[in-house]
Design a protein around this ligand. Structure first.
Ligand code: NAD
Ligand code: DAU
Length: 356
């Protein structure tokens, strides 16, 4: 079986659902259930004996160690993190606590577990760390995309905490021989995406007649990847990745934020037209994010060359599926837009004055 951390969040839940749709190998899903963790994401697995959910914090090393001893997983896939850049600007402590200290505790428990495994389980064991392209910092329009050898230059408390976790993972491989793999992926989108992030926020705000808050000039660029393509990349790296290596994962799909918001509005205009006008009328430029990275882009040639992985979804098909998912899942949306969510929206967006 495999041990997944953060499997009730956006990517982790998509990964668990995808995994169990393709294999009968059980999953232990260890998640703290922060505001971002949601058991409704896993509702379709209710009663499925292949999914064992345990609520807990990765900082609680003894609990992790006990679960590893009990279930003897062949791999640990580490998704758990605080993941939202804007929240890291308001409150960086939680990011240091989970992304750095939590990863450290998890690595310690994993190291002891792995060191005591008999062969051949010891040689087969893998620790796969799910990380981000944000560790590389920001690109200008002319720069080549991030490769695995680009120097780390994180700019937000979130990306700095992820960079630190990557370094710890690297050190546990080099110092102790822990068989690690690291993936650095670009921006994901798809179903079950918490509506604090750009794409689900724009879809849900548009449908409720609210402003569509574009930071600054909206010309920041991200490289978008459909979440199921990220899941398949992680599976490929787990199966065939070289121990101690890092693999960049991306969609070869650079888009400015404004262009993403325009496409979403146009899709909604087709799929759920308003009585009057276009959803584009709701776009509002607001104060920029402090320290906002201008451009991310991933050079995903290594994973393609070594492991034969390429994204399969185009942005057109992926976004259409995503908008359709939100249109079909009103109940999920209203459940996550709870008291805590409303507090966050008020903290983040009421301060932003309109600038254009
Ligand atoms: P998310 O915020 O949606 O989910 C994070 C999950 O981790 C939640 O279920 C939460 O309850 C859990 N968690 C948080 N702190 C925990 C703790 N201390 N112990 C146990 N569980 C805890 O995040 P996501 O967008 O699904 O991202 C998953 C991983 O992928 C993160 O490591 C993130 O850095 C990385 N990543 C995300 C993206 C993206 O576009 N979302 C892109 C590249 C990499
Ligand atoms: O690149 C990978 C990273 O992508 C992941 O590591 C992070 O976990 C994930 O949150 C994401 O980070 P971003 O900061 O790029 O994603 P976000 O959806 O927050 O913002 C995408 C872009 O849209 C960014 O340039 C900021 C902008 N934006 C975002 C919000 C929430 C807006 O213009 N308005 C908004 O309201």
């Amino acid at each position: 079986m495999i041990f997944v951390t953060g499997g009730a969040g956006f990517i982790g839940a998509n990964f668990v659902l995808d995994w169990l749709a393709q294999s009968d190998e059980p999953v232990i899903n260890f998640d703290k259930l922060t505001y971002a963790g949601n058991l409704n994401n896993l509702a379709s697995l209710k009663g499925d004996a292949r999914h064992i959910f345990v609520q807990g914090d990765i900082n609680y090393g003894e609990k992790v160690a006990a679960l590893l001893a009990q279930y003897q997983p062949r791999a640990i896939l580490h998704f758990a993190a605080e993941s939202h850049v804007d929240r890291s600007i308001h409150g960086p402590a939680a990011f240091v606590n989970t992304n750095i200290n939590g990863t450290f505790s998890l690595l310690e428990a994993s190291k002891v577990y792995w060191q005591n495994l008999p062969e051949p389980q010891k040689s087969a064991f893998r620790f796969l760390h799910v990380s981000t392209d944000e560790v590389y910092g920001t690109l200008s329009a002319e720069d080549p995309p991030f490769s695995e050898t680009t120097a780390y230059a994180p700019n937000s408390p979130y990306s700095a905490s992820k960079a630190a976790s990557d370094h710890l993972v690297r050190a546990y491989h080099h110092t102790y021989g822990l068989p690690t793999l690291t993936t650095n992926c670009s921006n994901n989108y798809g179903g079950y995406h918490f509506p604090e992030k750009l794409i689900p926020l724009m879809i849900t705000n548009a449908r409720s007649g609210k402003d569509l808050p574009v930071y600054g000039d909206g010309m920041q660029v991200r490289d978008w990847l459909y979440v199921n393509d990220h899941c398949s990349a992680i599976r490929r790296v787990l199966e065939g990745g070289r121990i101690g290596e890092t693999y960049n994962v991306g969609g070869w799909n650079e888009q400015s934020n404004l262009s993403v918001v325009h496409i979403l509005c146009d899709l909604l205009d087709q799929l759920q037209p308003k009585a009057n006008g276009s959803y584009r009328d709701q776009i509002k430029h607001v104060t920029d994010r402090p320290g906002h990275d201008r451009r991310y882009a991933i050079d995903a040639r290594k994973i393609e060359k070594e492991l034969g992985w390429k994204p399969t979804e185009t942005f057109e098909t992926g976004l259409r599926k995503t908008v359709a998912w939100y249109l079909a899942n009103d109940e999920w949306v209203s459940q996550v837009q709870s008291g805590d969510y409303l507090k966050w929206v008020s903290l983040q967006y009421n301060k932003n004055a309109e600038v254009a």
